[in-house]
Design a protein around this ligand. Structure first.
Ligand SMILES: NC(=O)c1ccc[n+]([C@@H]2O[C@H](COP(=O)([O-])OP(=O)(O)OC[C@H]3O[C@@H](n4cnc5c(N)ncnc54)[C@H](OP(=O)(O)O)[C@@H]3O)[C@@H](O)[C@H]2O)c1
Length: 343
């Protein structure tokens, strides 16, 4: 994978404050305030990155609106802050240019183009970030454009995590519910690459996109219940539910012997029950937070650079219009990823 080396604008090296988008308290997209914050300090073992682009993910929108699946409300407020997020600058993924490296850093140098995940530490909706050099930060392949690089991690790492945990094998029948979202489109592509035969559940408008990403078939959830009982109802080896409409009670009769249900979107009761559910029927129910792995990010970057993985972009906004980007995510209708150009 060839990394890019890019020249750094002189203004980026001298400024004392940086532009950020803040969420001072939980609420609708118009709570977001654009302003300036002190430039973060470079410490030993860290790199400073000038952010070119980031995303607004469903995770950012959920934190901003304090809108979590049933049972997680108090967990969110304990983890992120009671009346508003303690870390007011949201954003979990970014791409940009390294402008400076701290003592002891040898893996990166000024001018390197990188892709980074801040994860639950957030902070990517900013002009600059300072990140641990040994964190989730990788070279940006030269074949990858900035918008795709900004959005490669969230859906792709979630899909990789759940496909690994489901141990998807060649020839298995995989049903992806919510196939046109950031996570669903990644699951469709990566499951197909593992040799699975993929069916996507999506609305009719998104069927062509989901099929282009690798689904052999699609089911329009507005026209047909994918889990209805009928004589010829298909059985699935793996069901990946990224829409939250397929709890085990709803889809268990459609799981083949040895079948796995991945509840990517899951409420707290479902998370607590998951290890027990399906045992008597020989099924496995898998839920929980994605573990974001550097190897998985490198694999995604290599695939995308070769043209074997597509980061689907729903829409692109400027930093000035980041509230509109949040509103688009809130609509629940985005197809793939919402990108924000920062630089
Ligand atoms: N466990 C974890 O660690 C983890 C990590 C990442 C994400 N997640 C969760 O995974 C979920 C999916 O994330 P995402 O980024 O892919 O969401 P997203 O992009 O916001 O999903 C939007 C898509 O969902 C489709 N959709 C809406 N209702 C549907 C339904 N009933 N059936 C099928 N498709 C439906 C929409 O298509 P139409 O317009 O055609 O309806 C739209 O394309 C989120 O709720 C997120 O919280 C969990």
């Amino acid at each position: 994978m060839n990394a890019q080396l890019t020249s750094i604008p002189a203004s980026a090296l001298t400024q004392t404050t940086i532009r950020v988008a803040r969420v001072p308290h939980y609420g609708p997209p118009n709570v977001i305030v654009l302003g300036r914050a002190p430039r973060p300090a470079l410490r030993p073992g860290t790199v400073r990155v000038l952010v070119e682009a980031t995303t607004v993910t469903i995770g950012d929108a959920r934190i901003r609106g304090a809108r979590l699946p049933r049972g997680f409300g108090a967990v969110l407020r304990l983890a992120f802050g009671w009346s508003g997020p303690r870390q007011q600058v949201l954003g979990t993924e970014l791409t940009g240019i390294v402008t400076d490296v701290g003592d002891g850093v040898t893996a990166f140098r000024a001018g390197d183009a990188v892709i980074a995940v801040t994860g639950t530490k957030l902070g990517a909706h900013a002009e600059e970030v300072v990140l641990p050099a040994d964190g989730l930060i990788v070279p940006r392949p030269s074949g990858l454009d900035v918008k795709a690089a900004a959005a490669i991690a969230f859906g792709g790492l979630t899909a990789s995590h759940y496909l690994d945990r489901c141990e998807v094998k060649p020839g298995e029948r995989v049903l992806v519910v919510g196939a046109s979202g950031a996570v669903g489109l990644a699951v469709v592509q990566l499951a197909k690459r593992r040799g699975a035969v993929v069916t996507g559940v999506c609305s009719a408008e998104n069927a062509a996109l989901v099929e282009r990403m690798g689904a052999a078939h699609t089911i329009d959830y507005r026209a047909q219940d994918p889990f209805a009982d009928s004589a010829d109802s298909p059985q699935w080896d793996v069901i990946v539910d990224a829409a939250g409409t397929a709890p085990y009670s709803v889809c268990r009769r459609r799981l083949a012997p040895g079948g796995r249900l991945a509840r990517v979107l899951c409420d707290l009761p479902g998370l607590l029950l998951a290890p027990l559910q399906g045992r008597l029927s020989g099924h496995r129910v898998i839920a929980g937070v994605t573990v974001e792995r550097k190897e998985a990010l490198l694999d995604l970057c290599a695939l995308a650079a070769r043209g074997d993985y597509e980061v689907v972009i729903d829409s692109v906004y400027s930093m000035d219009a980041i509230a509109e980007a949040h509103a688009r995510v809130d609509s629940g209708r985005k197809r793939g990823n919402v990108v924000v150009l920062v630089g």
